[in-house]
Design a protein around this ligand. Structure first.
Ligand code: SF4
Ligand code: SF4
Length: 289
């Protein structure tokens, strides 16, 4: 049995949007080269059967995405893509029909603004893609991760009215979409197509306030991540490589996840203690109590 449910392999650090909840990366702009991607697949496939092709950055900007998905298939790995969806019309032929592609997550919360015309232009290719992807066996999740801690039904509706109206019109059999979906829950819109709800995503930051550090996290237990520059980090939330465990240009993935710093982090969480400063400032840890 492979230890990680998923390893995040970021294929680019570049994004074409600047969402209000997502601080731009200070890392160098780069796109992974297919040869280097394959080398990384060969290392991580000993530890997982599933790779997610992002941390920060927009994966559909990668011009060789189809080749990268072919490499996943050849190395026996399945892939998940999370995208803001703005390029889905242009890139659909590089995605559909790729046997390695298990799931595409479409982040609707990256669409901001209340202009219905812009919204329709954004959604039409997403709906068309979701239909064709589901028909070809790919799972599609529309993500609506813009929830507030104490959200009322009325604010849920007013915040998301245009989107929900469009989803209701396109998926009329999905049921009452105006009823608030609790954070962490989802609803089936069609075969293999879902709407998933969660709280606004918060990137952990060293500038955030620190708490007592008690708690647990699955970082390095069920997941790890590799940034486009080769830096290995314990989770998909360390988008700046603060918990830099090592670099795949200099050491193997196996050695890095068994390094002293990595083991200290893991052993700390076994004692329900965050030993890394970033972890003590990360709301994700508090989710697990
Ligand atoms: S949340 Fe995603 S789409 Fe928005 S700026 Fe960050 S990486 Fe780009
Ligand atoms: S506590 Fe946060 S920063 Fe630390 S490993 Fe977990 S998800 Fe990553």
């Amino acid at each position: 049995m492979k230890p990680f449910q998923k390893v995040y392999l970021e294929i680019t650090s570049v994004c074409n949007l600047s969402c209000s909840f997502c601080p731009p990366t200070e890392r160098r702009a780069e796109f992974i080269k297919p040869d280097e991607f394959r080398r990384r697949l060969q290392e991580v496939k000993l530890h997982t059967s599933l790779v997610a092709l992002h941390v920060k950055g927009e994966p559909l900007l990668h011009p060789k995405l189809d080749h990268l998905l072919d490499a996943c298939k050849e190395e026996g790995l399945q892939a998940v893509i999370t995208t803001n969806g703005t390029l889905i019309g242009k890139m659909r032929d590089k995605l559909l029909g790729k046997p390695a592609l298990r799931q595409v997550n479409l982040s609707l919360h990256s669409f901001e603004g209340n202009d219905p015309e812009r919204l329709d232009a954004y959604l039409a290719p997403l709906f068309a893609f979701a239909r064709d992807a589901a028909d070809s066996g790919i799972h599609v999740s529309f993500r609506l991760w813009n929830g507030e801690e104490k959200e009322e039904g009325a604010s849920y509706w007013s915040h998301n009215r245009l989107l929900l109206e469009r989803l209701s019109a396109y998926y009329p059999t999905a049921g009452e979409l105006s009823r608030p979906l609790a954070p962490g829950s989802g609803i089936k819109l069609a075969e293999r197509v879902y709407l998933n709800r969660d709280l606004v995503f918060e990137w952990p930051s060293l500038n955030a306030p620190e708490d007592d550090g008690a708690g647990f996290c699955y970082g390095l237990r069920t997941q790890a991540a590799v940034l486009a520059n080769g830096t290995v980090v314990p989770c998909c939330l360390d988008g700046e490589g603060v918990i830099n465990l090592g670099n795949l240009q200099e050491a193997s993935f196996a050695d890095i996840i068994e390094s002293e710093r990595a083991l200290r982090l893991k052993e700390g969480f076994s004692r329900r203690t965050a030993v890394e400063e970033l972890c003590r400032k990360c709301g994700y840890r508090r989710k697990f109590g």
